[in-house]
Design a protein around this ligand. Sequence first.
Ligand code: HEC
Ligand code: HEC
Ligand code: HEC
Length: 430
Amino acid sequence: MRPILFRVVHLFALIFALTVAPSSSMLSAFAADAVAAAGAGADTRPDIVKRGEYLARAGDCIACHTAPRGKMFGGGLAMDTPFGTLYSPNISPDAQYGIGAWSPDAFFHMMRTGITPDGKLLYPAMPIAQYTKVTREDSDAIFAYLQSVPPVREPSHPQQLKFPFNQRKLLLGWRTLYFREGEYKPDPTRSVEWNRGAYLVEGLGHCTLCHTKINLLGGSSQRDQFAGGLIPVQNWYAPSLTSDKDGGLGDWSVKDIVDLLQAGISDRGAVYGPMAEVTYHSLQYMTDDDIKAMAAYLKTLPDRDPGRKAGPSAPTNTRIFQLGSQIYADKCALCHGQNGEGHVQHYPPLAHNQSIEMNSAVNPIRIVLNGGFPPGTQRNAEPYGMPPFGQELNDTDAAAVVTYIRTAWGNHGAPVTDREVNELRKAPLH
Ligand code: HEC
Ligand code: HEC
Ligand code: HEC
């Protein structure tokens, strides 16, 4: 698996940031602050190191900071953007090439502010906008764990962003607009469980990195948090996690959400694409209590888009619908059922499955073209897969079958065109 978890659009912010003239005194103040923070070494108590390992999993550090077939935490994962390529750095405890010479203070300063000990402003491809919510105690535990793994004696790959995006000081503009520094503040009117879920989802879990619509300046309004968004370049759509019943978790039970996150399969659907990586590297390892807390928190996210779709979404007496119906009966019904009812939990239902009906048709098109496997997890060690149909079905056939599953059985999706299918054939596989 090759995770590239990156919201490219953040970089648009840099264009805007050109208008902000950063004062060099601001930069040196950051640097001085960080250097002054150098202090004692990492905690080596086994229970703290173990807790740190758990928290690093919750934060999914390994997915971004390990290259395919590379050494653990050695960095080097390439993240392609229209502005050039970003590489994750080596964060192993090697003193020369990794973060072995950092202190717990310096590490915490980086987590809270997104500024490294040498005063470097980090790009938001590193989820600093979310990690800023992490507590000092948790940061220290993560640092303790990172210092306990084998050092990797390999230099970090230099970033290869084009001018002007390679100018880190431009990040001051993005930071002014969109970076809100500060630890998660528990809501005293809510339960301990809810607050734990909110802390994990908004902080270490960095779910909003993908599940939030962002504007051309790389920012998002409070209203758009969790409302779903397209992941650029990768071309997968991260659905709304609010209670929006047309494309959110409104009629999912806590158990459905827990199963999906932890096992990768549920009565409502299975994970695929970038979400499969999140479950594989991170969520499957989290305790039942933590996953339940996250689900409980997600269930309380308000519906921002009330007003249900009702009535048929498109005519079903068309030639395309007929063609789609034929292809479905031949190639899909075996697994997903004559009436889209699926065979839970291995073959997801397609009828009344909001991730197929939602406005964006990117995910159903891509899964038909590319097929998919939910990740092997502790709770679902031998997942059942779906074959790719990209070779077998031409653009018209694929558009017809996706149109069919989006509009049959009372589903409320809109039809898709041959062109939409054709464009997604070029999307990167991972
Ligand atoms: C979505 C991908 C992603 C995730 C998840 C992620 N990182 Fe990063 N991280 C990056 C990228 C990319 C950079 C380099 C950013 C830059 O050059 O400005 C980075 C930079 C860093 C740095 C600075 C290293 C240096 O030498 O400058 C540290 C330390 C770090 N990450 C630690 C972590 C930890 C700890 C976690 C988990 C809690 C984590 N990262 C999770 C992508 C990620
Ligand atoms: C790297 C981007 C990324 C991150 C980070 C991410 N997701 Fe997702 N998520 C997706 C994509 C893409 C989908 C759609 C594919 C699928 O349903 O598996 C998805 C699907 C889901 C779904 C199913 C929604 C539906 O309507 O079918 C849930 C629930 C979910 N994510 C929860 C989370 C939570 C909770 C987190 C944080 C712990 C998270 N996601 C982090 C990209 C991401
Ligand atoms: C061999 C069994 C099998 C066949 C045949 C099959 N699928 Fe699937 N399908 C699956 C499995 C398993 C998944 C879950 C994949 C994953 O999580 O990566 C899935 C997932 C999906 C999804 C995503 C569901 C969601 O929750 O978002 C869609 C849409 C889909 N299939 C449509 C189709 C269509 C259309 C066809 C026929 C062209 C088809 N499938 C044929 C097994 C199958």
